[in-house]
Each structure stands twice: as C-alpha cells, then as structure tokens.
Design a binder for this molecule. Structure first.
Ligand code: NAD
Length: 336
C-alpha cells in the first residue's frame, strides 16, 4: 500500500506517520505538507533516508501537484489531515480556513476521484457538532451546528467528503475526534501552552471562568482509530473517537501546575474566547462496535507523560516560540 498523508508534519500527522511505519511494515508513506506555522519538519527529521517515507512540501489546494503525486507515487489511499486547526486563529483571520479546509479538501477529493484512488479517510473534529449542555454526548447522528469559523470550515469539508461518497460512490470515510494531547502538539493549544508557560514561570492564561469542558484523548489512541477506520470503516460513514475523559479546562491547568510543582498563582483568567463552546463529550460506541477500537491511555498517566515529554524536549518548543508565534500571542493575550 502507498499512502498519501496530508498534514503529516503537524501534531497528529507526525504521530500518525510514526504509528503507520511501525504497525504496517509493508506500507510506504508520502507526506504532503505545506509547512505552515503549525507544520514542523523537525517532527519527522529522523526519518530522512527511510526508504518507506517521502516528504513533499506543497499545498493541498494545488490540484496539479496533488494529481501528479497521486499518479507518480501510485497512491492507494489518502489520509487527509492537513488543515488550519486553531479556533482562536480562525477568529482572527477566517479566510485561510475556508481556502485550506474547504477548498483544499475539495481539490484532494477531486484528484482522488479522477485518479480512482481506492480509499479516502477524511479526518475531522467533534467541534462540528457545536456545544453541549451539562449532559448528553455527541453521536454520529447529532446535527452539525458549528460555532467558530474553524469548526464551520471543518463541517463544510465533512459534507463535501460525504457528498463525494454519495454522489460518486467513492470509498470515503469521515472520522470526528475529540481534543487530542501528546507529544509534538503546537504550543498554542491548551495543554502544551500551559506546560510551556509553567516551565518558564509565565502567567497561564485561562479563558472565562475556566469551566469549559473538553473530552481529552491521547494522540496515539486517535491515530490507532484512524488506522482502524482506514482499514475497516465503511464508505459514506462517520465514526466518532473519544476516550471518555471529560475535564474542565481549569482542572487541566491545575493538574499541569501540580505535576510541575508550580504555584496556582500563575493562573491568570483572561477575557473569554468569543462564541466559546461550553462542553464537548463524545459517544464512541460505534467505533468500538464496528472498528473494534478502544482507547488504551488513561488520562492522568498520559498527561503526566506528556508534561514530562515537554520538559525533556524544551529545545523543540522553544524554537517555535519565536517570531510569528510571539506576534500571534501578543495579539491574542495582550502580552508577550
Ligand atoms: P496541526 O495544526 O498541528 O497540523 C496541521 C498540518 O497541516 C501542519 O503540518 C500544516 O503545515 C499542514 N497544512 C496546513 N495547511 C496546509 C495546506 N494548505 N497544504 C498542506 N499542508 C497544510 O493540526 P493537528 O492538530 O495535527 O490536526 C490535524 C487534523 O486533525 C486537522 O484536520 C484537524 O482538524 C483534525 N483534528 C484535530 C484535533 C486536535 O485535537 N488537534 C482533534 C480532532 C481532529
């Protein structure tokens, strides 16, 4: 099998490339990534020279490039992760989210259709379902009700992927996962942001009252789900992934401080994100039943391992926290 992974130099993509190389020794991976601010060639630098891996720098919205890659690399399956992925940035600058997440997905689907690629996995998020009240869970039947330009652009791409399955009988499957954490996550996202700030004794900015709930899953569990969905998922179907680990944001922040032995006085409540979804929680029964998938990581242990990873890989995230990122951080939180 020759697999085209888009966005393989990002957080989930780089973990997925490693998992597939280890778990499927007969597969070859081509990683198409534009290396935006969120993509980092360092994440997979150790794979240089591996005959089962090739990196191509390029944009998924470039139809000619995508078609040429699919043709010349004899691609059997596409695992599509490339996206603009940060809600706060989608509030600051929505246009690129439509360009990459909606149009880029359509360009990929079209190339896959023309060249008769056998399998297409579209990787999406539970954020397309909107916000929950204090009870209940998102199932695959929950109506789409996205709140942010990010989640609206992902919902648009999901609908395109499902329309290609329906109209063109393409073998397309959509997955929707809850919030991921683990190694190589860009330090603008909640958990690595809190770890990086705590390690440098900087204030930890917490939106609103800190009582928003997210349902956390370790990135490796998500990647195993993606592999199961690629191999066993049905065309035109959606599968939710989540690990039943609902936590208030403030609980996570306090847990990070505890693990690092830092004081809670570092917490700084800041103005809430506009349109901030209150609660996400996933019902992953369908993935468990139909894909034989189940999460392996326990939240408290995996969070401790993640905190340790950021402590041991300080150079990795310190090299990111420069230039463009500092400008973004200042715009977002009003301080450097
Ligand atoms: P990320 O921001 O860390 O990585 C995205 C990658 O896509 C980067 O390497 C970037 O360079 C690349 N990219 C962006 N625009 C591109 C373009 N036009 N052409 C080619 N490459 C481009 O994101 P992530 O957290 O790894 O998320 C990956 C996917 O999983 C996204 O589709 C996201 O919506 C989805 N997802 C993420 C989470 C989460 O908690 N992080 C949860 C559910 C679903």
């Amino acid at each position: 099998m020759n697999i085209l992974i888009t966005g393989g130099s990002g957080f989930i993509g780089s973990n997925l490339v490693r998992l597939l190389l280890a778990e499927r020794p007969e597969w070859r991976i081509v990683n198409l990534d534009k290396l935006t601010y969120a993509g980092n060639a360092e994440n997979l630098a150790d794979l240089a020279g591996n005959p089962r891996y090739r990196f191509v720098r390029g944009d998924i919205s470039n139809g000619e490039l995508v078609a040429e890659l699919i043709r010349s690399e004899h691609i059997d399956a596409v695992m599509h992760l490339a996206a603009e992925s940060h809600v706060d940035r989608s509030i600051l600058s929505p246009a690129i989210f439509i360009e990459t997440n909606v149009r880029g997905t359509q360009v990929l689907l079209e190339a896959a259709r023309e060249l008769e690629v056998k399998r297409f996995l579209h990787v999406s998020t539970d954020e397309v379902y909107g916000s929950l009240g204090p009870t209940g869970f998102f199932t695959e039947e929950t109506p789409l009700d996205p709140s942010s330009p990010y989640s609206a652009s992902k919902a648009g791409s999901d609908l395109l992927a499902l329309a290609y399955a329906h109209t063109f009988k393409m073998n397309v499957t959509v997955t929707r996962c809850s919030n991921n954490y683990g190694p190589y996550q860009f330090p603008e996202k909640l958990i690595p942001l809190m770890i990086a700030n705590a390690l440098r004794d900087r204030p930890l900015p917490v939106y609103g009252d800190g009582m928003n709930v997210r349902d956390w899953i370790h990135v490796e569990d998500h990647c195993r789900g993606l592999l199961a969905a690629l191999e066993q998922g049905k065309a035109g179907q959606v599968y939710n992934f989540g690990a039943s680990s609902e936590r208030h944001n403030i609980e996570i922040v306090k847990a990070v401080l505890r693990l690092l032995g830092k004081p809670e006085s570092l917490i700084e409540y800041v103005k809430d994100r506009p349109g901030h979804d209150r609660r996400y929680a996933i019902d992953a029964a369908k993935a468990k039943r139909e894909l034989g998938w189940a999460p392996r990581h326990r939240f408290e242990d995996a969070l401790a391992a993640t905190v340790a990873w950021y402590g041991e890989h300080r150079g990795w995230w310190e090299r990111i926290l420069t230039g463009e990122y500092l400008k973004y951080y200042e715009k977002q939180y009003g301080v450097r």
